[in-house]
Design a protein around this ligand. Sequence first.
Ligand code: C2E
Ligand code: CA
Ligand code: CA
Length: 689
Amino acid sequence: MNFPDPCNAVAEAAELGCVIDHLRDVVFRIDGLGSWRFLNRAWTDLTGHALADSLGSDFLQHVHPLDRDGAEARFQRFMAQAQEPLRHRLRLLRRDGSFVWVEASLRQVLDAQGQPLGLTGTLADVGERLRTEEQLRLAATVFNGAGEGIAVTDPHGRIVDVNAAFEAITGYRREQVLGRNPSVLSSGRHDKAFYQAMWAELVDKGAWSGEIWNRRADGALLAELLRITAVRDAQGRHTHYVAIFSDITGLKRQQETLERLAHYDALTGLPNRVLLTDRLEQLIAQASRRREQLAVCYLDLDGFKDVNDAWGHAAGDELLVQAAERMRQVLRPTDTVARLGGDEFALLLDHATSEAMVFGVAERVLAALGEPYLLERCSARVTTSIGIALYPQHGHTPGHLLRNADQAMLRAKRLGKNHACFVTEDEMGVSERERHALALRQALHAGELLLVYQPKVDARTRRPEGVEALLRWQHPERGLLSPGDFLVQVQGLELECEIDAWVLEQGVAQLGRWAREGVALSLSINLSASALLQPQLAERVAGLVAEHGVPPGRLELEVLETAALADLSAVVRTMEGCARAGVSFALDDFGTGYSSLHYLRQLPVKTVKIDQGFVRRMLSDAGDMHIVRAVIGLAGAFGVRTVAEGVETASCAQALTELGCDALQGYGIARPMPVAALAQWLAAQGDGA
Ligand code: C2E
Ligand code: CA
Ligand code: CA
């Protein structure tokens, strides 16, 4: 057995003192009166107080006032009876007035009889730890309280934690996904390349954000706005990925519905006119690059109205749906079938290698549509008339092609229906076209052309406010011809401009006469696309107006929406030039073009004329009603007046007035008439205007 060596014991005590002095924690002893009896050097490091100042003083004076009562009570208990050692957190005051959180480990010092003599223990600085704990608590609150779903994965992409919102949004419980890859949520809507690009960006930039389609636990699609961030360690290695997402499924659905509504016909699910013109534009660009032909077919069912009248709209709708389906079936998947409104459809055939091939398709469509329709309450038969325009022969823009195909369709109807007709130079023959132009030019010089005037009335008061000049050819053999019979054939020819010049001159001269007679009518004159693009137009108009003494605001020029497309800035210049001479512009056949909104923004027009196709069908076709309402709303927003043309019935006039349309024109108001008849008509209105 070894006895301790007293010299050694002294040395050991000194060594122990040295160790204690170098401890990070404060080591202390307090006597029964509450005075510091021992403190190591760490005390000075922690509080800034010198040992000599503190030793012998009351420990409570170093305790933060808010913790003092607690500290004192605890001290009293320790002095009163035996106590288990304990830990206690409190704040100590520093010399500089600040405080520090410490954790005190306390233990009683007892005498030989077991009576408390004082306290001993350590004080550890826990400020840092408390701050970390606080941060963790905060992070946990954010994590679980967040409205966004959060998933944390390890660097291998295995989920290590998800929050409550994750569970709520995805329908997966935490236990179901822990340890698994987030691909359990994958919807299959994105291809491999999508995920590869996502990972590449994550690795490269440390973050990725975007929209992603996932799937909920119940299989429903889930659209997420997602941001993934990499968490790095001190060495820059990715230790975790944090994915934060919000559920935008509702938003997406809304957006999709809106897009569908804007581009598809609700009844048949077919593309509507807007989408059709869009696609046509793309196909034209493509065909022009590849030097290929396109075919645009304009279809109109013959006798559809009879079905509607006899069996009601529901039967009519049924028939349209079946007709749409039949067309889809006889066409190639790459072809487009669109519903233009009412019983009018259009087909787009790309790679139209030959006329024979297109004609073959048209025949197939005619045959398919001609089969009997078995409807719920009846069976019905209708035939179809088709007009076919080819790109590039019959037009270079969607507007032109559709318009020409429409004309050919009308000819097919005249030919006895159930027919397909090309708008061909074949049919008309180039030389025939030239012959026609020659005859028309002679007619112009022989004075066989004339203008008739169709009144326009204010929608609310129904009082005449102006007239539109419409061209007629009093043909010696064929009788009175309308522009559709003779003007379309000279589209784009020099002669067209000559005729426009003549119409302009006649019209302005008539306006001058009215002005002198005190008739305050305004006059609209139709201009062809080529006339509109002539650089000297504004100057000529200004000259004419001055020459005939036409008061400002009386002359309006009507141009097709599509005509303005060719050279927008030149058109704007012309319009502004005319405006300086008191002459305004109207966009004709508004709504049939494909970027109406675009033009309305850019062109200084005063008026839009709602195309008669929409007006005629608005009471029977919800889609057309929609368009009419939208055009009136849109025009209102741009401060542009609306004139509805093709108003044939009182109910139509009434509906348009209620929709806020400004003026009405159509057979229901008055037919186009020669100037003498117009005077009588005006007189009959009890108002010389
Ligand atoms: P637009 O400018 O849209 O003229 C309206 C056409 O609809 C006129 O046919 C008019 O007679 C017709 N219309 C008016 N109200 C009704 C109605 O209630 N029901 C129906 N079914 N039709 C109605 P029109 O006179 O045969 O003119 C056809 C097109 O020829 C005009 O369409 C216009 O684009 C063009 N046009 C007419 N006159 C001229 C002209 O002097 N110069 C030029 N460049 N083009 C003209
Ligand atoms: Ca017009
Ligand atoms: Ca029109």
